[in-house]
Design a protein around this ligand. Sequence first.
Ligand code: SF4
Length: 158
Amino acid sequence: MNVLISACLLGVNCKYNGGNNKADMLEELMDKVTFIPVCPEQLGGLTTPRLPSEIKAMDGAAVLEGKANVISNKGEDVTVQFIKGAEETLRIAKLYNCEAAILKQRSPSCGSKEIYDGSFQGKVKPGLGVTAALLAKHGIKLYSEENLKELTEQLKIK
Ligand code: SF4
C-alpha cells in the first residue's frame, strides 16, 4: 500500500527553517507500507529555508476557494505557491494511487485537524492546511503523526 507522507516527518530537511520534524514512531510502519514523501511548500516553488507562513483567516479549504490567503511573517502573500504545492502533491498522490496520507499536524500546508492561527504566536485553530484540504476533497484519508494508531486500525495494516 502506498501512503503519501510529509517528507519532514521522515527527517528530510525541508522545513521552513531548514530542519525537519522526524517522527521515530514511523519506522515500524515503514516496513509495512510504502511511503511516498512530499513537501508541498517546496513543490510549490518556495525555497528552503523560507519565511514561516500562516493562513490569516479561516483555513486551507477557504484558500482553495479564493476566500483566504497564506501570508509570511514579513507580510508576503504566498497563496499562489501554496496552491501550486497542493496541486503538485495531489498529482503525486494520484500517480502512486495513495488512498491515505500522513501529514504534519498544524502546518499551513499539511495540518489535517488544526493549523497555526495566523498570529505567528504559536497559537492554533481548528482547520485544514491547503494541501490537506485539496487531498481530502479528492477522497484521500488524512492522518498525522499524532494518530498513527487510527491509521493502522482503519486501513487494517498489520
Ligand atoms: Fe513538512 Fe509539509 Fe511543511 Fe513540507 S510543507 S516542511 S512536508 S509540514
